[in-house]
Design a binder for this molecule. Structure first.
Ligand code: 3NM
Length: 216
């Protein structure tokens, strides 16, 4: 995969936006602001299910296609196959990569979460296209998030996996971008920094600018 896709990786589900805010308009704003990859993550309280979830996924996918941004689905392999997503992101407790590769299109992007060097190295050996490393900082967005690993944890993982593409996750704000890139990240993935920003388009644009000036 093209690792520049990881630079500004936005993740969103219907419960990640402020009340009375349309989740599709937040995604479109983020696309206008310059996100480079998108992950549909419909989880937690009030998450849509069944046909409603499929419908939302299709609407988000259509927006991403309009802006030429790859569309990944979190965990739900069946949904990703059904709608023809560009790939999936899976956690440590989800389907193993070998099993996904056996049933998915050849060019699928498969990302795996890793919070320590063992998980990261195993994901690399199993053929992950990239790893999502975190949580780097404390986050309120994911209820069962592990203990933050900081930039030290990121550096250790970078050393362990060589040039495997890494995107960082967990509590990432604008001011963290420079340190993350200089600690080995190829990009940042964010939910609330953009989804709950007063102006998601402007926030995505400013993230994108910070990333340009943080080249390793
Ligand atoms: N996964 P925010 S942390 C979805 O550590 C997710 O694997 C994490 O949201 C992990 O940018 C996290 O609002 C939440 O902190 C990220």
């Amino acid at each position: 995969m093209d690792k520049s896709w990881l630079r500004l990786y936005f993740i969103l589900g219907s419960n990640n936006v402020p009340e009375d805010t349309n989740v599709l308009s937040v995604l479109e704003d983020a696309l206008k602001g310059g996100i480079t990859l998108f992950q549909f993550r419909e989880k937690g309280i009030g998450a849509r299910q069944g046909l409603e979830k499929v419908e939302l996924a299709k609407q988000m996918q259509a927006l991403c296609q309009q802006y030429n941004v790859p569309f990944l689905v979190n965990d739900d392999i069946d949904l990703a196959l059904e709608i023809g997503a560009d790939g999936v992101h899976v956690g440590q407790d989800d389907k193993p990569i070998e099993e996904i590769r056996a049933i998915c299109p050849k060019n699928w992007i498969i990302g795996v979460s890793a919070t320590n060097t063992d998980q990261a190295v195993t994901a690399k050996e199993n053929g992950a296209d990239y790893i999502g490393v975190g949580p780097i900082y404390a986050t309120k967005t994911k209820e069962d998030a592990k203990k933050p690993i900081g930039t030290e944890g990121l550096q250790a993982i970078r050393e362990a996996v060589g040039n495997l593409p890494i995107v960082t996750i967990g509590g990432i704000r604008l001011g963290h971008v420079f340190d993350l890139i200089h600690s080995g990240a190829d990009g940042v993935s964010v939910i609330s920094s953009i989804s709950k920003a007063e102006n998601p388009e402007r926030m995505a644009r400013v993230f994108s600018e910070h990333l340009q000036f943080s080249v390793r």
